[in-house]
Structure formats: structure tokens, C-alpha cells
Design a protein around this ligand. Structure first.
Ligand code: TMP
Length: 286
């Protein structure tokens, strides 16, 4: 409607053309911010997607790489095979004409075929380190500072990704040069054999459309594919008590990342890449 359109057009922040934020309902957002402030850091948790959410979509005019497509296997034949899968399935991922249940099946197919090629090609951790070193990938401005602030305030951050956990960890190592005790990664995790070659993946595959199925797992530290949450132990129940959520994503499926929580207040931030009248719309909140 015209009214909705007017709300959507409201542009907040901040002088720079490339940092436009559109707020669907500014009054509601203000109320949510006040509620989260009032409850304090002890009630807050952050749940963030990785690719194109924490990382930049554009880097010096080039498309930033994802945790999947930065990967260069030793045998280049496998890179070609994975790229062929990408060329086929990626358009389907964003095809609005495909019903969600059908699309979810296609995504399972894509992820399983890709994982199988990584195993068949005998991926090594060394290849992961080299791939990250050569990748076009960077965190968005402010991500490190945000993580530091959240660490200082004792606010947990869950990086919830349909990408590859081992690569995300390596990106954090190489690009941030430090670890954060409040940051956990829930993503597809590799198992290497005694020769250092990829043998299998742990647990159930996480793809772009089943992040909600896995949402509960984030509060279940001992679940198969959530090793990173091991050690949180008692924090499982404390995470559940953190009923205010800042959710960051770039995909409609990312909204499901907080489904396992009985949250009171959630601010969802979507990183978008629309071009309107020559302006790149970066972000929208609701
Ligand atoms: P996420 O990190 O936003 O959760 O999603 C992972 C992205 O990875 C998704 O947009 C599709 C992409 N992808 C590839 O680029 N190559 C692949 O082989 C697969 C399976 C996914």
C-alpha cells in the first residue's frame, strides 16, 4: 500500500550513499531498541549469518567470495565440477517461482553433491588455509569492533551458516587474528582422516532453507554437529534465558535462525543488494 511504501522509503543514517538503512516501522524499532536497552546485556544474544552478512558483498568493486566459493581444491577438476553445480543450483536458490518445499529438496541435493565432491577430491586443511589466504573475502566494517564490544559485555554471538565451519574459523583466524570467547560457529563441519584428508561431514547438513530446523541445536551443545558449543555446558539454559535477539542475515531463510528461542524482542537486520535509482540499498531493519 501507499502507507507501507512511505514507511519503507524512510531512510535513516548516515550520509554515505553506500550505507543506507531502510526501516520498515521506525516506531516499532525504537520500542524494540528501548526494550533491549532496558533489559541489558544479560538478556541479549546475537545470531548472525556469515556470508554476505558478516562479510562484505563487494570488495574493491569485486563480488566478495563465500566460504564455499573461495575454496580451491588441489585437483582443479573438482573446482570446475563444483562451479558447474553452482551455475545450475544458484539461480534455483533465488527463483521465486519454485515453492519453498521443492526448493528445500533442491538445496539438499546441491549441498550433498558439493560435500561429496569435497570428500572425493580429498580436500586437506592445508588447501583450506591456502584458499583463505588467497581469497577475496573481508569482514564488513565494524564487525571486529562489534565482536569485541559484545565480548566485553558478555553477550554471546552465534554464527549460523550454511557454509563451511572450518573455513569460517580459518577466515576469523587469518582476517581478525584473534579468537573471541563469546563467538560460536554452527555450520557444516568437516572430519579429517589420519592423513589430513576430508573424510566426512558431522551431523545433518545445514543448507540455506533448513536453518530453522537447526535453531534448537544452538541451545544443545552436545549435539553432533555443534561441537563448538561444547564447553558452554550450563550456558545452554542461560542462552535460552537470553530472550532478546539481534538477528543479522541476508536470506529469507535466515529469519528462521531464532526459531528455537522463545524470544521476547527481536530486531532483524537484512543486508540487501538492491539497486534503486542508482543507490545501493544496504540494509533494512524490522
Ligand atoms: P549462508 O552462508 O548465507 O548461510 O549460505 C551459504 C551460501 O553458499 C548460499 O548462498 C549458497 C552458497 N553455496 C555456494 O556458493 N557453493 C556451494 O557449493 C553451496 C552448496 C552453496
Amino acid at each position: 500500500s501507499g502507507k507501507n511504501q512511505a514507511q519503507m522509503e524512510q531512510v535513516v543514517v548516515n550520509g554515505s550513499e553506500s550505507h543506507l538503512v531502510v526501516v520498515d516501522n521506525p516506531n516499532l524499532l525504537q520500542k524494540k531498541i528501548s526494550a533491549i536497552r532496558l533489559a541489558g546485556p544479560a538478556k541479549l544474544q546475537v545470531i548472525a549469518d556469515f556470508d554476505a552478512t558478516l562479510t562484505k558483498y563487494w570488495i574493491n568493486g569485486c563480488r566478495g567470495q563465500s566460504s564455499h566459493n573461495l575454496l580451491q581444491q588441489e585437483d582443479p577438476e573438482y573446482n570446475v565440477k563444483r562451479q558447474t553445480l553452482y551455475d545450475y543450483y544458484h539461480p534455483l536458490e533465488f527463483d521465486p517461482a519454485i515453492p519453498l518445499d521443492e526448493k528445500a529438496k533442491l538445496m539438499v541435493e546441491w549441498w550433498e553433491k558439493t560435500h561429496a565432491l569435497l570428500i572425493e577430491g580429498g580436500l586437506t586443511y592445508n588447501a583450506i588455509q591456502n584458499s583463505v589466504a588467497e581469497a577475496t573475502i573481508a569482514f564488513r566494517d565494524g564487525v571486529t569492533e562489534l565482536f569485541e564490544l559484545l565480548e566485553e559485555k558478555g553477550v554471546p554471538v552465534l554464527i549460523f551458516s550454511a557454509g563451511l565451519a572450518d573455513i569460517i574459523e580459518e577466515v576469523l583466524k587469518q582476517k581478525v587474528h584473534r579468537s573471541f570467547k563469546n563467538v560460536r560457529i554452527v555450520s557444516n563441519r568437516m572430519v579429517f582422516d589420519e592423513n589430513g584428508r576430508l573424510q566426512s561431514f558431522k551431523g545433518k547438513t545445514i543448507h540455506v532453507l533448513n536453518k530453522n530446523e537447526h535453531a534448537l541445536d544452538m541451545a544443545a551443545p552436545l549435539h553432533d554437529h555443534c561441537d563448538d558449543l561444547n564447553g558452554l555446558g550450563d550456558e545452554k539454559s542461560s542462552l535460552k534465558k537470553r530472550t532478546n535477539v539481534l538477528l543479522l542475515g541476508d536470506h529469507i531463510g535466515d529469519l528462521g535462525m531464532s526459531d528455537g528461542l522463545d524470544y521476547e524482542t527481536r530486531i532483524s537486520v537484512g543486508f540487501l543488494f538492491l539497486h534503486r535509482a542508482g543507490v545501493r540499498l544496504q540494509c533494512c531493519c524490522c
